[in-house]
Ligand binder design. Structure first.
Ligand code: C2G
Length: 146
């Protein structure tokens, strides 16, 4: 993997990183990942572990392994790494020689401190869709069926 990373850096490829839970994957996530990839040549996703989700007050419907497999099936995503805590971003950016950090603009300003080690770019969040909304609608429709 280290040789692979060195090859990427030596090849002059621009590396992008983003983070998230990506539970109940939806078009808001896909549009974010598609635009994130257009910022460079290689996109790494820091995927929140089940434990970190609990720290974030989120209970994801799908496990980390399931969410990772969904992301790896998306052609815009080149690599998925675990996100265990809020503090690892700087280390990830250094270890993976990242050029651009990006997130949806619901996080605008929260990660500006990372501009010390890479470009920080926020992308517009897709309105009217969220994992929470999907889960709420699924619960409502299940109640109607039962
Ligand atoms: N997103 C989006 N449009 C939506 C929903 C989400 O663009 N309708 C973006 C978010 O802005 C984020 C990414 O998709 O950049 C992942 O969103 P979540 O899975 O909700 O991730 P979150 O819980 O915000 O965790 O360290 C950062 C955290 O891990 C982010």
């Amino acid at each position: 993997m280290i040789r692979h990373r060195r090859m990427l850096k030596d090849s002059g490829l621009k590396k992008v990183i983003t983070y998230g839970t990506f539970d109940t994957l939806h078009f808001g996530h896909i549009l974010l990942l598609e635009r994130a990839k257009t910022l460079g040549d290689y996109l790494i996703v820091g995927l929140s572990s089940d434990e970190f989700n609990a720290d974030k007050g989120k209970i994801s419907h799908f496990t980390y392994a399931e969410r990772k497999s969904f992301l790896e099936a998306i052609r815009f995503v080149d690599e998925v790494i675990p996100e265990h805590d809020w503090e690892q971003k700087t280390r990830d950016i250094i270890d993976h020689q990242i050029d651009i950090f990006t997130m949806g603009d619901d996080w605008a300003g929260e990660f500006d401190f990372l501009s010390d080690c890479c470009k920080v770019h926020y992308l517009s969040r897709t309105p009217a869709i969220s994992s929470t909304l999907i889960k709420a609608n699924l619960t409502k429709s299940n109640k109607k069926i039962s």
